[in-house]
Design a protein around this ligand. Structure first.
Ligand SMILES: [Zn+2]
Length: 163
């Protein structure tokens, strides 16, 4: 059992896998599980399983990383055993395209960045002025977009609602 080194960890963060076609390929390997559990729950639980077994760390450094990047030098057989135990409750052979899809899963943080799940910081608003002012009252300013930037990957996100 490997010990986790909580470098750079933000307390209370929960990593999860991005739900994409690779993730669906992985969970569909066991239809009984996939049909009875919410996919979002499985995405968090599968990720947590790998954190608990020391296969990768719960750190913002891993936000946006793929499984193959995050597991680094861990043995393929250990990764495969971890996945198999999660899916089937026992160690058994896994179809190579399921394993291949698993290695390409993207790890997300619990923040709002759609790319990596990192924390977003507010940058500015984009808006326009209404022509409703007069000599004494300035025009009103209407916000069209709130602009945020991800602290982890630097992605710029514009939303109509304030986050
Ligand atoms: Zn990001």
């Amino acid at each position: 059992m490997l010990t986790k080194t909580p470098t750079g960890r933000i307390p209370g963060t929960v990593m999860r896998f991005k739900i994409d076609s690779n993730f669906m390929r992985v969970v569909r390997a066991n239809p009984a599980m996939y049909e009875t559990r919410p996919v979002s729950e499985l995405a968090a639980e599968l990720c947590q399983t790998f954190i608990d077994s020391g296969m990768f760390e719960d750190t913002p450094d891993n936000y946006g990383a793929t499984v193959i990047q995050a597991t680094g030098d861990k043995l393929v057989s250990d990764v495969c055993a971890g996945l198999s135990t999660f899916l089937f409750g026992e160690c058994r052979a896994i179809h190579c395209d399921v394993f291949d899809a698993f290695t390409r899963l993207v790890i997300l943080g619990d923040g709002d960045c759609p790319e990596c799940g990192g924390e977003l910081k507010f940058v500015e608003t984009e808006g326009h002025e209404l022509n409703d002012g007069d000599y004494y009252t300035p025009n009103s300013y209407v916000v069209d977009k709130y602009v945020y930037q991800c602290r982890e990957c630097g992605a710029t996100i514009k939303t109509e609602k304030e986050l």
